[in-house]
Design a protein around this ligand. Structure first.
Ligand SMILES: Cc1cc2nc3c(=O)[nH]c(=O)nc-3n(C[C@H](O)[C@H](O)[C@H](O)COP(=O)(O)OP(=O)(O)OC[C@H]3O[C@@H](n4cnc5c(N)ncnc54)[C@H](O)[C@@H]3O)c2cc1C
Length: 509
């Protein structure tokens, strides 16, 4: 596509790169264009910057007292609030909307995802979705790939015989499949979570590593060299099982449906005990209570709580919660997060409907999801817009590219270029391109994280408990966020009943 043609396409940038408060120092804008980041997002980061710079906020006396304050309104915080509806709970979220990384948006009636895409039917998230009144819809389409310009359906099932590589490379794919399927991850215990997956991929054709670099970056923010082998091997076994019976489910636009439903359920009863635009700047535990200080509409407020659930990611949590033991704070600091864009290509005619999630190794984006896949065959449904969500995880060192609107637009332009190159038959331009960028949305499943770091990071303090998907592992999923919420709720209930919270010792499971 020529630069001129691209000039006519509308690019819309959304999302908060500096969604964390206080923001990670690596994101700090020094000067020039980067300092305009808050304007691009429409997000007011002044408070965050002040916390980051070590400003001590004056803490007004507590104006109210609650049984539980939940910090963070992503799926984990919302699920915890749902489970604690019988309690006096205050739920606080920094952004103007609920949902965190499970958040869907809409273009002229067509819903599309900006993050979390699907869940598995054997997961707690699936059962939870049903409990809150959502009926998950089946994906029923094992993933294909676009390789050397050809769409290969069901890559790791029947497709493996048709991958357009020379026979020697195809044989290596088959050998990899046979040997990785034969590994008993449970039997090997934790050891597989402490070594990199590249210890395995290096034994096969380099194209296998390229495929897994894309898959790993998309799903857990890390290439084969930085992925815990146990995570990738378990995923691979699931991927192969998908071609026998796909057990993935979702809704149009992905798992933002869960957070939307939760917010809809909670809002009528919670009323103003459920606040967006509330940025927590300090959580100060003492013997008898925890003081939580936050900024809302330009004013600092403090509330007291008998217990607190921190449902924020750990790189933020460790800067807000005072008195964390050094070892726990250090564990939180060790968790690494990948920057991530989702680029939604919005077409006003059908362009690509070949598969639900199609892998595109070796390109600027890793995979493309058809936003309305699970409803497009329903009788009476007409696809008004073909919205294609291109998952575009970045390396940590590329995070700075998200800081400016021009940087984000450039990433989106590269995605569009690559998509059009991969699918020349489409020969049409999108009506709009939407870019949703996030600075630290997904933790990297690095060797040792699940076995050595997360068990320490989630240890309860006396009255402060830790939810969020990054407490749980081994992979950043909505399911882990919901599991972490259930654990934190159990700990809160025990503490409110006067029992000390037990130590978290289990590593696997
Ligand atoms: C592109 C992408 C694709 C994904 N695909 C899938 C998938 O297909 N399936 C799946 O299961 N998972 C997927 N995930 C992962 C999934 O989205 C996350 O694991 C899950 O949404 C995490 O929820 P959470 O509540 O633990 O954390 P978050 O969503 O990070 O929520 C934390 C909340 O805390 C708020 N917050 C932060 N600081 C403060 C503060 N100081 N004061 C108040 N509030 C604060 C944040 O704004 C945020 O809303 C994907 C993630 C991404 C980014």
């Amino acid at each position: 596509m020529s630069a001129n043609r691209r000039d006519f396409i509308k690019f819309v940038v959304a999302g908060a790169v500096t969604a964390g408060c206080p923001v990670d120092l690596s994101l700090v804008a020094q000067s020039g264009e980067a300092s305009g980041v808050a304007n691009v997002d429409g997000e007011d980061n002044r408070i965050c910057h002040q916390v980051r710079d070590g400003r001590a906020f004056s803490r007004p006396p507590a104006s109210a007292k609650h049984d539980v304050v939940i910090v963070g309104g992503g799926v984990s915080g919302l699920a915890a609030a749902y489970r604690l509806q019988h309690r006096d709970v205050l739920l606080l979220e920094k952004e103007p909307q609920w949902g965190g990384n499970a958040y869907a948006m809409e273009y002229d009636g067509s819903i599309y995802g900006t993050g979390s895409a699907f869940l598995w039917s054997d997961s707690e998230a699936f059962r939870f979705a049903k409990e809150i009144g959502l009926d998950p819809l089946p994906v029923n389409c094992p993933d294909g790939s676009i390789i050397n310009g050809e769409f290969v359906p069901d890559t790791w099932g029947d497709g493996i015989n048709k991958i357009p590589y020379p026979p020697i490379t195809r044989d290596s794919f088959k050998k990899f499949k046979k040997e990785i399927m034969a590994i008993d991850v449970q039997k090997r215990g934790t050891s597989l979570y402490d070594i990199p997956f590249s210890n395995f991929t290096k034994l096969y054709a380099r194209e296998i590593k390229e495929w897994w670099d894309a898959f790993g970056l998309s799903n857990w923010g890390a290439t084969c060299d930085e992925t815990a082998a146990g995570v990738a091997i378990t995923e691979f076994q699931d991927v192969v099982d998908q071609s026998r019976a796909d057990n993935r489910y979702t809704w149009p636009g992905g798992l933002g449906a869960i957070t939307k439903k939760l917010a809809d359920i909670l809002q009528p009863t919670f009323g103003n005990r459920m606040q967006t635009g509330a940025t927590i700047v300090a959580v100060t535990p003492s013997k008898d209570e925890v003081q939580v200080t936050y900024m809302l509409a330009g004013e600092l407020k403090t509330v007291a709580a008998k217990t607190v659930i921190m449902a924020t990611p750990k790189f933020i949590t460790r800067r807000i919660v005072e008195g964390l033991p050094d070892k726990q704070s250090h564990a939180m600091q060790q968790i690494r997060y990948a920057p991530y864009c989702v680029v939604n290509l919005i077409y006003d005619k059908p362009v690509f409907n070949k598969g639900y999630d199609t892998w595109c190794p070796g390109n600027s984006f890793t995979d493309v999801v058809v936003a309305d896949w699970v409803i497009r065959k329903k009788s009476g449904y007409k696809q008004k817009h073909n919205v294609l969500s291109c998952y575009t995880p970045l390396r940590e060192e590329e995070r700075g590219n998200l800081l400016t609107e021009s940087g984000a637009r450039k990433i989106a332009a590269n995605v569009l270029r690559d998509f059009q190159r991969l699918t020349p038959e489409t020969n049409t331009d999108p009506v709009e391109v939407h870019i949703y960028r996030r600075g630290h949305p997904i933790y990297m499943s690095t060797p040792g994280l699940y076995t050595q770091v997360q068990p320490i990071a989630r240890q309860p303090m006396d009255r402060v408990f830790f939810a969020n998907t990054d407490s749980q592992g081994p992979e950043s999923t909505t399911n882990e966020a919901i599991v972490a919420a259930r654990r934190a709720v159990r700990q809160v209930e025990a503490r409110l009943a006067g029992k000390p919270a037990g130590k978290e010792t289990a590593v696997l499971g």
